[in-house]
Each structure stands twice: as structure tokens, then as C-alpha cells.
Design a protein around this ligand. Structure first.
Ligand code: DX5
Ligand code: ZN
Length: 218
């Protein structure tokens, strides 16, 4: 089935000395989402931004704000990011493996009328997601080890995407499968045919003409 691709440039790779200019270029491109990588220096060995910076992006842009939290305490921060303007809130399975808390967090985000996502790292088996297929609007498959932009795509991610899309189709669920890490014009085609419909791209988009780069991925 040919899915419409959604492109989500990751602000992690932005040139922070030219943010307003680059945000305008994204707005003028075919990108529909803005991927916002939140890192706490514990869950991943990097530190990025919090809800206050998201508020700035919310004021400056109408793009769908796709927040990806790579943090130890996604339940504690959920409502802070939602009130800061997140349209989607994706947390990591590895940070909330206890089923009750995972279900509570998914329910909390949806109770705010927002989209909720769950992400798994490359070493986490896709089967951990099977009990939760109807709980989430977005399944974020990490195709690099989370923490940094500019890494190489991990090809084993393709099997996870195929398996997950098979389960979702079997259950007649049309949640998004979003792929994050090492996406360029070549890997975009591979993940698309495996069943992904949302592509995160950081370095590929911000290291060249943004509009052109987004076009090459869509
Ligand atoms: C990594 C982040 C990704 C990253 C993607 O932990 O979750 O969103 O910014 O960057 P590229 O596209 O350069 O791999
Ligand atoms: Zn991300």
C-alpha cells in the first residue's frame, strides 16, 4: 500500500545561530512535522532542550510538534511538554518497562487529546510492542542508537518495521510507523517499502538546502 510520507526534520541538527531562518525554510518545504529531540543526559549521554524552548517553537510555527523524549522520567515531564505545545509525545519503552505505568502514561497523553508514541532502541526487540498496538498513534523505531544526529542507519531496523506493520495491518490499526536515525534519500526508500510512513531526518536535511532535501525524502 502506498502511504503518504510525512517528513519530520529534527531540530537537533539545526544551526542554532540561524534558527528563525531555518524554521522558515522548513515551513516553506513539504515537511509537516517538526521532530524535537529531548535528552536528559541520563537515558542518553547527551543533553538538549526542555519545555520552555518548545514553547518558543510553538509560538513560531504551526508545524505538528513531534516531541521525542529520550529521558528517564517521561511520566513526570509529560504534562509539561503537552502544555508547552507538543502535538505528539513519544517516550521510550526502555524508560517505562512496567506495564501499568506505560498504560497510564499513554492514557494521560491521550486524555489531553494529543497523539502518543512509544519508541524502542536498536537493541530492544520489536515484540515488546505487541501487547500495546492499540494504545499508540505513533511507533518510533530507532535506526540509530539514540543520543546524537549524524550516525549511520542500522539495517536491522527494516525487519522491525516490516514485522510491526504486519501486526498493525492484521489488527486493522493504522498507527504511524516513524523511523529515526540515518535517514537519507537511500534509506528513506528502504524504510518506506518496509512500511514506515513518517521519516525523521536531521543531518540530511540541515546540512544542505532544506527544501531540496525534504523533497528528496518525500
Ligand atoms: C537521535 C535522535 C534523532 C536524530 C536524527 O537520538 O532521536 O532524531 O536527531 O538525526 P540524523 O537524521 O542525523 O540521524
Ligand atoms: Zn528523535
Amino acid at each position: 500500500m502506498d502511504r503518504k510520507m510525512i517528513i519530520a526534520p529534527s531540530v537537533l541538527s539545526m544551526d542554532y545561530s540561524r534558527m528563525a531562518e531555518q524554521l522558515k525554510e522548513i515551513e516553506e518545504s513539504d515537511a509537516e512535522w517538526l521532530h524535537f529531540d529531548v535528552m536528559d543526559g541520563h537515558f542518553v549521554p547527551n543533553l538538549t532542550f526542555g519545555p520552555d524552548i518548545l514553547k518558543g517553537f510553538r509560538k513560531a510555527s504551526d508545524l505538528f510538534l513531534d516531541v521525542h523524549v529520550m529521558i528517564d522520567r517521561p511520566l513526570f515531564f509529560a504534562e509539561k511538554f503537552l502544555s508547552a505545545g507538543a502535538d505528539n509525545y513519544t517516550f521510550h519503552y526502555e524508560a517505562v518497562p512496567e506495564e501499568g505505568e506505560l498504560r497510564r502514561l499513554a492514557g494521560l497523553v491521550r486524555s489531553h487529546g494529543k497523539s502518543v508514541g512509544i519508541s524502542i532502541k536498536p537493541d530492544t526487540h520489536v515484540s515488546v510492542l505487541k501487547p500495546y498496538l492499540d494504545l499508540f498513534d505513533v511507533f518510533l523505531i530507532m535506526s540509530v542508537e539514540p543520543g546524537f544526529g549524524g550516525q549511520k542507519f542500522i539495517p536491522e531496523s527494516l525487519d522491525k518495521i516490516r514485522t510491526l506493520r504486519g501486526w498493525l495491518d492484521e489488527a486493522s490499526l493504522n498507527a504511524h510507523i516513524e523511523v529515526d536515525g540515518g535517514i537519507n534519500e537511500t534509506t528513506a526508500k528502504l524504510v518506506r517499502s518496509a512500511g514506515a510512513d513518517v521519516l525523521v531526518a536531521g543531518s540530511f536535511v540541515f546540512k544542505q538546502n532544506i527544501r531540496e532535501a525534504v523533497k528528496q525524502l518525500a
